[in-house]
Design a protein around this ligand. Sequence first.
Ligand code: BTN
Length: 344
Amino acid sequence: MSSTREQLIELLAKQGGSFVSGQWISETLEISRTAVWKQMKQLEKDGYQFEAVPNKGYRIVEVPHKLSANTIQWGLHTKWLGKEIVHHDRISSTQTTAIEYAQEGCDHGTVIVANRQSNGRGRLSRQWYSDNDQGIWLSVVLRPDISPMKAPQLTLVTATVLAEVIEQISQTTPAIKWPNDLLLNNRKLAGILTEMQAEQDKIHYLVIGIGINVNQSYQEMDLSVREIATSLQIETGKTFHQTTFIQLLLECLERRYQQYLDEGFHLIKASWEQYAYKMNKEVTYQTGKAKQKGFIRGIAEDGALLMETESGRIDSLYSAEIDWFSSDPGATVRKTLTSKQQEN
Ligand code: BTN
């Protein structure tokens, strides 16, 4: 049960920028007009600003940037994504909590977001450093009516969305390193962790976890990842409002998700390939015992990496050890840190 103050914000947020009368608020929340006024004064202390006009009522004109379910929902233009937002100041992992919510039957489009995570999880059981409030740490619960075989495509949809939104917000162009790492200047900026529960032909839920390093300074990055990871602040010298960022992210994800369901994978594939790290470049990779060289040519419908071998054949790679940084001068440092975390 939410507090009167949360109910009041929700009520005002739902009206967009329109006025609502004090009488109507007091009747809806079943509190006196004086209590409404007192609550508003408290909200002003938190950074909310209201306009009060006689005979018209109140409306919100300024929402604080502090991360909360209400500040994200205020001005969020989505139909279903983020209609239910659960916000925690500090949590073990939004991913673990989202899975619990999904198992308890939460709605498609529920979002779990935290300022910081004490036990953030990355792919391949790695740790994801996020015990600071400078990044974006959130997980989205989806219940798509698609074959479980196609679930990897939704991770690629998400990677594309991250690249598009990061570019829009920061005016820098990230690269997507297959399958789903976002890099800026060869360092990891963001990652995606997708976990699913499904039967043979039905997905019960898919939880997509998104971690983006946003406002951390170089010193604030964990020592063990400083040389292999980066943040938007480090790369651009600017800081970004997390609420605005999350709103754009959710709006773009809902749009791209719907487009993917309506029109199929080809538009996502095209956008993914535009951002692909080392696209049409030669890399060394290993699938079995032997190392070979090949050119990256894009992704297949099932999410496999398309690699042109030295003999000109196009191979689909589902898992491979790729030497991504071998022609890069920073490679030695990075390669020694690779096994630790935040790198594939
Ligand atoms: C990776 O690149 O290894 C994936 C990193 C995913 C991190 C995000 S942060 C929000 C969500 N909660 C977690 O514990 N992990 C994901």
